[in-house]
Design a protein around this ligand. Structure first.
Ligand SMILES: Cc1ncc(COP(=O)(O)O)c(C=O)c1O
Length: 385
């Protein structure tokens, strides 16, 4: 008898990213939908990868990650955020940020526990909670600035027992960042609660206009109840390598590692070696990243400036949001399909970032693209303008 599977995630289908990419291919369109660079990682990284496989880095790495890489991460965290993370007990290498976030949620959440998720939200948050028997509590960020609705948050935290709060900073898809007051307010609101805060800081180095990234690592008191998650893919233009890491106090790290060892056990060894060597020898690459992406953002906005969209400010990440409400009454999904079919440019509608399909009439464009791609997209959009 064929096995009849009962879905643990009945609401989840093919992601909007896959759908829009399929639409881009079908329509031979320029793909500004998917959130990854269409340019190469630095050449030296390939040389270190080559060196790794030739020098015997081909077997399982240590479960929490190669020492080499954890030491480099400790240095960079000390340097960037003046936070002393012990590589032995506080840094864990993961298969990207997505696995990190899943593993943290899974190690902490018991059936019926509540997890606060701000929307729009990265697509893995809700399902990671649901599949572990948790209950997502969704709270919309306030438009047009995507501010945290503090009063509502305070009410929820007073009324309900929230086991985890998930924060994404800089924010995908909003492109906004939190300031010191935001972080201190959250610190104050959670100080007497037994609540873990997961900080998804995968875009920490993609921050513009001289803003200083307000990492949770800058707030020692918060670190008693926080895990901070990073992704190498976002910084090294190699999202496909799927290497990320977590930083948390030993007691929290210990629990995360218990599950990490039974899910992935350890992460791709040659990739870890190559990244560690690159970090050791190319510090300036990381220092120049904010400027590199700021130039991309500025170029993108300059090229797209005379389109009839209202572009929202972008302080961080590699996403720009276009408000199209003054030119079309279509839903965001319909409008995104019209754009890809008629104008041959693919973008992501924002409603899939909301569990209830809320549609703020915004499209997300990824500007981690070569100037040629940005030029061509702008030309395509202008031709039919
Ligand atoms: C906010 C956010 N968190 C996590 C991730 C996943 O990172 P990784 O590719 O390292 O799993 C992404 C990737 O798009 C993201 O935008």
């Amino acid at each position: 008898m064929p096995f009849k599977i009962e879905s643990k995630l009945p609401q989840s289908g093919i992601s909007i990213f896959a759908q829009m990419t399929a639409a881009a291919i079908r329509n031979q369109a320029i793909n500004l939908a998917q959130g990854f660079p269409n340019f190469s990682p630095p050449e030296e990284l390939f040389e270190f990868l080559n060196e790794a496989v030739r020098n015997g880095y081909n077997q399982y790495a240590a479960m929490p990650g190669l020492d080499l890489l954890r030491n480099q991460i400790a240095l960079r965290i000390q340097n960037d955020y003046q936070f002393t993370a012990n590589p032995e007990s506080e840094i864990t290498i993961t298969a990207g940020a997505t696995q990190a976030i899943y593993t943290i949620i899974s190690s902490v959440i018991q059936a019926g526990d509540r997890v606060l998720i701000f929307e729009p939200a990265y697509d893995s948050y809700g399902p990671s909670v649901l599949v572990n028997g948790g209950i997502p509590v969704y709270l919309r960020l306030q438009l047009p600035d995507f501010k945290i609705p503090w009063d509502e948050l305070e009410t929820i935290l007073k009324k309900e027992k929230i086991k985890i709060i998930l924060i994404n900073n800089p924010h995908n898809p909003a492109g906004r960042v939190l300031n010191t007051e935001d972080i201190l307010r959250l610190q104050q609101l959670t100080k007497d609660l037994n609540t873990l805060i997961i900080w998804d800081e995968v875009y920490d180095l993609l921050i513009f206009d001289q803003l200083k990234h307000q990492s949770a690592l800058l707030y020692p008191e918060l670190m008693d109840r926080s895990v901070v998650v990073f992704s190498m893919g976002k910084t090294l233009h190699n999202t496909g390598w799927k290497v990320g890491y977590t930083i948390a106090k030993p007691e929290i790290t210990n629990e995360i590692r218990k599950l990490h060892q039974f899910t992935v056990f350890s992460v791709n060894t040659p990739a870890q070696y190559a990244i560690a060597k690159f970090m050791e020898t190319h510090r300036s690459f990381f220092n120049l990243l904010p400027k590199f992406y700021q130039q991309k953002r500025d170029y993108f906005f300059e090229k797209m400036n005379d389109l009839p969209f209202n572009w929202l400010p972008c302080e961080g990440s590699y996403f720009a949001l276009a408000d199209y409400s003054n030119i079309s009454k279509l839903s965001d999904r319909e409008f995104a399909m019209e754009l890809v079919e008629k104008f041959k440019v693919a973008a992501i509608p924002l409603s899939p970032f909301y569990h209830d399909g809320y549609d703020p009439k915004l499209l997300r464009f990824c500007f981690a693209k070569t100037t040629d791609t940005i030029d061509n997209a702008a030309t395509q959009l202008k031709i039919k303008n």
